[in-house]
Design a protein around this ligand. Structure first.
Ligand code: GLC
Length: 532
């Protein structure tokens, strides 16, 4: 049994904004976004109403995987600034009541990290066992058939020491050996280092991959996979390289550390179905860890699929379990490109009226789309066989204005800027009909309506299969939410009672307007009603 949660903590009522620092704001014209740039834009984030920021990695890195290949855990990459800049960011963010969550890359380091350089220097180096080294098979082939998420085999041969090392991502990202107690200890110290610097939470990267099967068994072919229709990696069941039972104790350890130090929140990057997500909650001794729920990101835009995915997750969790919904991130296509521009307003209302903690990826609030990038400008080396999408497309510079380089940099941006008026902060900020204004109003609603903060969630059926309807209620009040997934007008009979419009995605509908009995939803409209 977990101890009961007594206090309301910052993460009980939070809206998180994900910053991809390389692309957010460049303060010195070198073409890379940086910490000073983020500080410059804190007023914007405060204006938008967000309460916490998650920064993808800002640590020294050869940038083979754009920061997810760390060569020093206790410092800041000079492209992003210095430790002093980071301290200033924490200070300035906290002055605005904005919390800072940092990325914690635990599964692997950079191949240039001194630990790995030592480890590979010889078979009897004391740090050899900090990484996962194996001999070739008798036939001289790699130790098993495992593949890397980023493409190709998961083993790389190190000629001088005559063994293979494991890398579940790029060859420049060797996997740490979490069975080794020294690795656990040193990574624990990394967490404490950043906690002492004032961070409020961690997003733990690639958690599922951290511990492998002790026998390194071959992974079976997935009979359900359609060969050649996906990256090769997806043709196998990753029974032995992912989500091993030994992971439980490591995830619990993170929760323990967070609890011992302050009201630190931990969000784990896992792509799992509801039953397995539940397991992630249950293995932690405290209510301070939650796995991302990414189950909405691959759904077709239809009401039934969304209802089913949300209902099963909401039903399976206890009220104290922090829900974490995300509709996008730096690894996924932009929301507007995935579900269609016409649906982004309804998706925003959905995200911000569901229970728990919503994560908003930078640029989604203005409706940024996948950018088209010419071959010679592509930077990401992760495979995109067959998918046609490269992660660069959703990582292009934040569109601050329609000016030069979208006002991201005065130099040449690391990835080309997209200028697509009116999709930018400057033109949307004062436009009452813009997506940005809608996000601002929805964030405000999310943080101020008691029904949306701690209220329960129950979905209900309506006359149309195109409508997702749900109620968020406290013991004394309730809000109704209707989302029209279709391009047609929909007529709805409201439950008994009188209601007023709190927010509609149809900006022609006035907030405060009273309605009774019947509601007509415009095409693609989503609406939040408050019962009188
Ligand atoms: C996570 C990150 C992704 C990175 C990978 C390896 O999935 O979100 O960007 O490439 O881990 O660290």
């Amino acid at each position: 049994m977990k101890p009961e949660k007594k206090d309301i903590l910052w993460y009980d009522n939070a809206v998180i904004y994900q910053i991809y620092p390389l692309s957010f704001k460049d303060s010195n014209g070198d073409g890379f976004g940086d910490i000073k740039g983020i500080i410059e834009k804190l007023d914007y984030l405060e204006w938008l109403g967000i309460t916490a920021v998650w920064l993808t990695p800002i640590y020294p890195s050869p940038l083979k995987d754009f920061g997810y290949d760390i060569s020093d855990y206790n410092n800041i990459d000079s492209r992003f600034g210095t430790l002093e800049d980071f301290d200033e960011l924490i200070k300035q963010a906290h002055l605005r009541n904005i919390k800072i969550i940092v990325d914690f890359v635990t599964n692997h380091t950079s191949s240039e990290h001194p630990w790995f350089l030592e480890s590979k220097s010889s078979k009897d180096n004391p740090k050899r066992d900090w990484y996962v080294w194996k001999d070739a098979t008798e036939a001289g082939t790699p130790p098993n058939n495992w593949l890397a998420v980023s493409g190709g085999p998961a083993w790389n041969y190190d000629q001088p020491s005559g063994q293979y090392y494991l890398h579940q991502f790029l060859a420049e990202q060797p996997d740490l050996n979490w069975r080794n107690p020294q690795v656990r200890e040193v990574m624990k110290e990394v967490m404490i280092f950043w906690i002492n610097r004032g961070v409020d939470g961690f997003r733990i990267d690639a958690v599922s991959h951290m511990i492998e099967d002790a026998e390194f068994r071959n992974e079976p072919f997935d009979p359900a996979s359609r060969l050649l229709s996906k990256p090769e990696y997806d043709n196998f069941l990753h029974l032995y390289s992912k989500n091993r039972p030994e992971l439980n104790e490591v995830v619990a350890m993170f929760s323990e550390i967070a609890h011992a130090y302050k009201d630190i929140f931990i969000v784990s990057e896992v792509y799992l179905g509801p039953e397995d997500l539940l397991h992630f909650y249950r293995i932690c001794p405290y209510h301070n860890q939650a796995p991302f729920n990414f189950n909405l990101v691959n759904l077709p835009w239809d009401a039934e699929s969304y209802r089913a995915a949300i209902d099963v997750y909401e039903k399976i969790l206890d009220p104290e379990d922090m829900r974490v919904y995300a509709l996008g991130n730096h690894d996924l296509p932009r929301l507007a490109s995935r579900i269609g521009k016409e649906h982004t307003r309804a998706a925003a209302l959905l995200l911000l009226t569901l229970p728990g903690m919503p994560f908003i990826y930078y640029g989604e609030e203005i409706g940024m789309e996948n950018s088209s990038i010419s071959k010679e400008n592509l930077r990401d080396t992760f495979t995109h066989e067959n998918s046609g999408f490269t992660r660069d497309q959703s990582r292009t510079p934040m569109q601050w204005s329609a000016g030069t380089q979208a006002d991201f940099t005065t130099g040449t941006p690391w990835l080309p800027s997209t200028i697509s008026p009116p999709i930018n902060v400057a033109s949307e900020k004062n436009d009452p009909a813009s997506l940005l204004t809608l996000y601002k109003n929805l964030i405000n609603a999310k943080l101020s309506l008691p029904e949306l903060q701690g209220g329960s969630y129950v979905s209900f059926s309506t006359e149309s299969k195109n409508i997702l309807g749900y109620v968020r209620s406290t013991s004394t009040s309730r809000c109704l939410i209707y989302i029209n997934f279709s391009g047609e007008m929909q007529k709805i009979n409201l439950p008994k009672g009188t209601y007023k419009i709190y927010i509609s995605t149809d900006f022609q509908k006035e907030s405060g307007e009273k309605i009774k009995h019947e509601l007509i939803l415009s095409p693609h409209e989503a609406i939040l009603l408050q019962e009188n």
